[in-house]
Design a protein around this ligand. Sequence first.
Ligand code: PMP
Ligand code: GLN
Length: 413
Amino acid sequence: IAAKTNGIEKSVWVEFIQLALEVKPLNLGQGFPDFAAPETVTKALAQACMNDSNVLLNQYTRGFGHPRLVSALNKLYSKLIGRELNQLSEILVTAGAYEALFVTIMGLVNPGDEVIIIEPFFDCYVPQVKLAGGTPVFVPLRPKKTSGVTSSEDWVLDPKELANAFSDKTKAIIVNTPNNPLGKVFKVEELMMIADLCKKHNVIAIMDEVYEWMTYTGYKHVRMATLPDMWERTITIGSAGKTFSVTGWKTGWAYGPAELLKGPQVIHQHSVYTCTTPVQEAVAQGFEIELERFGTPDCYFLSLPAELEVKRDNVVRILNEAGLNPIVPEGGYFILADTRSITSKIDIGGDPKERKDFRFVKWLSRNRKLQGIPPSAFYSPDHGHIGEDYIRFCFIKEDENLEKAGQILLELK
Ligand code: PMP
Ligand code: GLN
């Protein structure tokens, strides 16, 4: 086994998806919708595979992205970023946002480089940085408030702590907004603070914006690439799985200046080379439809967050009723809930060497058939305690399933 895999063997997904297969709980763990995806894309996919006149759509397509998809992404992001992208050199289609993150990190980070990661973070950033030979440097969001009604808005960066994390070895910073698992939507002032440090230290911003369309009333997603002088040092990552509620399609992209995208393209061309053609065709058609109705209530980019906001409000009510203080998310489709009201009175057992949230999530799955995800998985070992008193629930689920989860939690009150 290659030495580079040492120390990165564990994955919260592998562990908890296996547990879900075993105990068949009500699954609010891994993030995926339990309802139908929009027909705009599912019908397009069926047609792309079936239609005789589309015979080539079942064959290889262009390696850096199916022409119709890069053209649709170009139209969309040129409009959102306020500059004309070059669809041949500034957009790369990948096997999910996962691959976009992987090729970006592998294509830009050299051995010995430091990469700043804001906590809580999507867990794959760390092994990816390590595989590239880089060193992760962690800066946690810290809560300004921990009692009463709290919001992801209360979790902020300490400007000094962030500034101190930058050194002459820093190559990049990875920022996820809206954030998984916290639901934080970074404000323009917060992004500006990060941008100023990136410019001062000549650092690349790797922006994981897979939940870009999922923000709730009062909060707006700001794209780092639109901030002054940031386009040239930013790679932005998106996901069709999140955008169109088709996580099983594993199609994503990275966009940014050609100079920065060159390395990631090389890694992609020698690993995945080209992504599934009919899926890219269907996603392209999905974007074309949304572009036509862009800004109208029917546009999926507005109708999905409107639907999700109702679910978020329901989940907040359900968790409050059950005595699990939630951190109300400003965006995304996850919520963190404080488990102390349960863990303080129930013996959850498990291996005491394991963090409390891991033990609680296992206990809840096995004993109450409800699954969440332990948030300390989204922290470095030194900061894991910040997430240890919470559980993450995914709320892009049918209302009746959210209510059932509420019943289970109420019985523990
Ligand atoms: N980044 C974040 C923050 C995510 O939550 C996910 C979901 N798995 C990904 C990246 C990966 O997305 P994809 O399923 O498109 O690979
Ligand atoms: N992004 C999803 C989540 O956070 C799925 C992660 C995964 O399957 N690796 O739950």
